[in-house]
Design a protein around this ligand. Structure first.
Ligand SMILES: C[S@@+](CC[C@H](N)C(=O)[O-])C[C@H]1O[C@@H](n2cnc3c(N)ncnc32)[C@H](O)[C@@H]1O
Length: 231
């Protein structure tokens, strides 16, 4: 049974059409990234459970999970619009699906149960550095033995400071085919106002401070990275 619980303010992703257009054009490498996710989750045990933080519409994750022996899925997002689409995407799963409306860090900290996989895709860069460090601690506390945090996110180059990253990313956005000038401007405004990606070495420090035993960089497409942190 699908269930949407909790209430929080709407956000920019309620204009979901533009994000979907970007993703459908594969500008953020969803095609390659979700092939990597499928490979990483391939050996998941029967009835494994997954917590998806900043699920969005779950349009790419749902078909991956549908091929796996998943026993339970919980998705969390600030956008009710996204959660409405997620409910449709996830209807292909045979396992129980819970959708929760709220801030991912608050929801994660408030959880009592444990999961085999904590997953987050293109959401963590919205948190500031202290919140990211808290996120790693809370994710570690919610993982079963043998579980892992699987993270997709933009990650700065080691030599790039935040202003340098924002300049470079937005210059690249202005080259995106199929996204018009006005839309490119909206994307850049959103990025400039909301994005705070870290370097890999900073994420590694946060994970070690939280108690994670390993950090594996699975793949990287420009700044878009897939990382696995073993409990
Ligand atoms: C770029 S989209 C990514 C959606 C999907 N995970 C993907 O990879 O395509 C970011 C999502 O994170 C959600 N989000 C951003 N900050 C959040 C927060 N603090 N708590 C919960 N959801 C958040 C947005 O509403 C949006 O649905």
């Amino acid at each position: 049974m699908n269930e949407i619980v909790g209430r929080a303010p709407e956000n920019i992703f309620d204009t979901w059409g533009l994000y979907r257009k970007i993703v459908n054009s594969n500008h953020m490498f969803h095609k390659e990234i979700y092939a990597d996710i499928a490979e990483t989750l391939q050996s998941s045990p029967r009835n494994f459970t997954l917590l998806d933080l900043g699920s969005g519409d779950a349009a790419h994750l749902a078909p991956v999970l549908a091929q796996l022996p998943i026993g339970g899925y919980c998705g969390v997002d600030l956008s009710l619009t996204a959660l409405g689409f997620a409910e449709q995407s996830l209807s292909m799963l045979a396992c129980p699906v819970e959708l929760q409306h709220g801030d991912l860090l608050q929801v994660l900290k408030g959880k009592k149960g444990r999961y085999d996989v904590v997953f987050t895709s293109f959401a963590l860069h919205h948190l500031d550095a202290r919140q990211k460090a808290d996120f790693f601690k809370a994710a570690h506390a919610r993982l079963n033995t043998g579980g892992f945090l699987l993270m997709v996110d933009t990650v700065r180059e080691e030599h790039e400071d935040l202003p340098g990253y924002l300049d470079a990313y937005c210059a690249w956005v202005h080259k995106w085919q199929g996204i018009d000038n006005e839309e490119q401007g909206l994307v850049c405004r959103h990025i400039l106002d909301n994005d705070f990606p870290e370097t890999l070495s900073t994420l590694k420090v946060f994970s070690q401070q939280a108690g994670f035993a390993s950090c594996q960089a699975i793949s990287r497409y420009k700044w878009h990275s897939v990382l696995r942190f073993g409990r």
